[in-house]
Design a protein around this ligand. Structure first.
Ligand code: NAD
Ligand code: UDP
Length: 310
């Protein structure tokens, strides 16, 4: 039985990952400081003897625990949350990363780092392949997240080269689904909550900027394949290549919620990337992975989740 540590396990993606690992019969320890994570996301696992939860901040070293695998997901992911305390955000991706790499080294564990499409910044290459080095502002309001994640990738590679540590790097593109916090601030949860509450749908900028949205179950399958295969450390893009403008996303949410909310335009935040679409050829080749859930099906499931929350 593998013993698996999931940092950020009480968050949106982490809680889905834990559910799948427990279903497979693994022993799982969730490590979370509950900054953006919710205890109710892990509540269903508390009766499972293979599950335990540890309240811990990864910026502090973690002693007295062993694992065969570590999924490092701890880091706020929504711009409003990672900009709330930017110094803490960058510490989580740097000091926290060093702590988790040190733990992996001590235990001889494999470690998978949840990196992000944000390492490509506001990309000049479209779609984004893993060989693109990105266009990131090092001093802007998104830098605490983007640059933190870039340093985390560097740290993983240097631990791999210097200490032969068994690492995996995945670059996650925009992911959505149940367990997102309704006030998370990301576009999918905002649009759905606004539509369900009959409030105006807030589009930032003119709504022509694009993102490519992956349903969380698809993402988790890709993450687990990446951890479990041997001989490929990444980085690898994991995302759904179907690209959508924010205007089209708003229209789709309005249609699927049957809402009569109006659309309201607000200022575009600084350094907001204009376009983003993953090139997933590498994931297809190395992991035989590609998303299976289309945006209408995924949004419908997510809307159901938010409806029940209200
Ligand atoms: P989330 O905010 O729901 O989850 C992050 C979790 O990490 C939360 O439970 C939070 O409490 C915890 N956390 C934050 N700082 C911590 C610290 N210092 N110590 C311990 N725990 C800490 O976000 P998510 O969407 O589930 O994202 C999970 C991971 O995936 C993040 O690393 C994020 O950067 C990455 N990612 C997510 C997306 C996406 O679209 N959701 C895209 C790219 C990358
Ligand atoms: N966005 C929007 N309205 C919202 C929230 C976000 O138009 O209420 C836009 C945001 O400016 C960005 C896109 O939606 O262009 C995706 O934003 P999100 O914060 O979800 O993810 P990220 O920018 O990190 O990809």
């Amino acid at each position: 039985m593998a013993k698996i540590l999931v940092t950020g396990g009480a968050g949106f993606i982490g809680s889905h990952l834990i559910e799948r690992l427990l279903q497979r019969g693994d022993k799982v320890v969730c490590v979370d400081n509950y900054f953006t994570g919710q205890k109710k996301n892990i509540e269903p696992f508390l009766d499972n003897p293979n599950f335990s939860a540890l309240e811990h901040d990864i910026v502090q070293p973690l002693h007295g625990i062993d694992a065969n695998q570590i999924y490092n997901l701890a880091c706020p992911a929504s711009p409003i949350h990672y900009q709330f305390n930017p110094i803490k955000t960058i510490k989580t991706s740097t000091v926290g990363m060093v702590n988790m790499l040190g733990l992996a080294k001590r235990c001889g564990a494999k470690i998978l780092q949840a990196s992000t499409s944000e390492v490509y910044g506001d990309p000049h290459v479209h779609p984004q392949g893993e060989s693109y080095w990105g266009n990131v502002n090092p001093i802007g309001i998104r830098s605490c997240y983007d640059e933190g994640k870039r340093v985390a990738e560097t740290l993983c590679m240097d631990y791999h080269r210097s200490h032969n540590l068994d690492i995996r790097i995945i670059r996650i593109f925009n992911t959505y689904g149940p367990h997102m916090h309704p006030k998370d601030g990301r576009v999918v949860s905002n649009f759905i909550m606004e539509a369900l509450e009959g409030k105006p749908i807030t589009i930032y900028g003119d709504g022509t900027q694009t993102r490519s949205f992956c349903y969380v179950n698809d993402l988790v399958s890709g993450m687990m394949s990446m951890m479990d295969q041997d001989g490929f450390i990444g980085p690898v893009n994991l995302g759904n290549p179907v690209e959508l403008s924010m205007k089209d996303l708003a229209k789709l949410v309005l249609k699927l919620t049957n809402s009569s909310s109006k659309i309201e335009y607000k200022d575009l935040p600084q350094d907001d990337p204009k376009q983003r679409q993953p090139d997933i050829s590498l994931a297809k080749e190395k992991l035989s992975w590609e998303p299976t859930i289309d945006i209408e099906t995924g949004l419908t499931k997510t809307i159901e989740y938010f409806r029940e929350l209200r």
